[in-house]
Write a protein of this length. Structure first.
Length: 241
């Protein structure tokens, strides 16, 4: 296997409210993995606490998942409810996105809340996750065009995040991937500035050359003027170069 990760507060934020987890467990006959990125919501009272809280809970879940089956949707809802109740009791609003990629050997399952993203490279890169934003909602309802979606400032207005509202809507998907395929999980600090073709090239280089493409993604996004926190994790089960 090979991986590359990068997380930075960027040039304009006082602190990094992103949090991430890359956890792999192997045995004689099975490989399980979890890749997660949380982007703390800046308009909440403490996005940093929210993102780190969710990641810490996911870490605990992975330790359980090594030895038993888990209903990931149920578990993520439990994390959301706990964070929501903490905010309610303290009269604060704790919010974060979550992009979660779990796999067992050739099968994967994703859970998505917010606008961080999950991409899968299988000869070409494609986005697995679906943004939960106002602009995406309007596009799904066919009230704006694809071009308007890409240009809309409402791409940054979340319709869902963990911890803020009582009810949570989670986007899920499942599929299969080969050992030589690659996955990219990132916060919107990466996807805001870098097109799918640019991301595709970085993933190709990562898979073929084993280079530190996560850092390259972050530095390129910063060079293009990104002002948000930035986090990227690239991973493949294939052999290192």
């Amino acid at each position: 296997m090979k991986y590359s990760y990068y997380s930075d507060k960027g040039n304009h934020k006082k602190r990094n409210e992103d949090a991430f987890e890359l956890h792999i467990a192997t045995s004689a006959n099975r490989m399980r993995g979890m890749i997660a990125v949380c982007d703390g919501v800046s308009t909440s009272d403490d996005g940093l606490y929210a993102s780190r809280f969710v990641i810490s809970k996911l870490h605990e879940l992975f330790e359980r998942w090594k030895d038993q089956s888990l209903n990931w949707r149920y578990e993520v809802n439990k994390i959301h409810e706990e964070l929501y109740e903490q905010g309610k009791c303290s009269h604060k609003r704790f919010g974060t996105t979550l992009s979660l990629f779990c796999f067992e050997d050739d099968s994967y399952h994703i859970l998505q809340v917010g606008d961080s993203r999950i991409y899968l490279y299988q000869d070409i890169l494609r986005q697995l996750s679906v943004d939960q934003t106002l602009a995406q909602q309007k596009y799904n309802n066919q009230t704006i065009s694809l071009e308007q979606l890409y240009e809309s400032d409402e791409r940054h207005i979340l319709t869902q995040c963990i911890g803020i509202t009582k009810r949570l809507s989670i986007v899920e998907d499942s599929g299969t991937w080969d050992k030589q395929d690659g996955v990219l999980v990132c916060s919107d600090g990466i996807s805001n500035r870098l097109s799918i073709s640019m991301l595709n090239e970085h993933m190709r280089l990562f898979l073929n050359e084993g280079s530190d493409e996560a850092r390259q993604l972050g530095e390129e996004a910063l060079a293009l003027g990104e002002q948000d926190n930035l986090t990227a994790i690239l991973y493949s089960r294939g052999d290192s170069v």
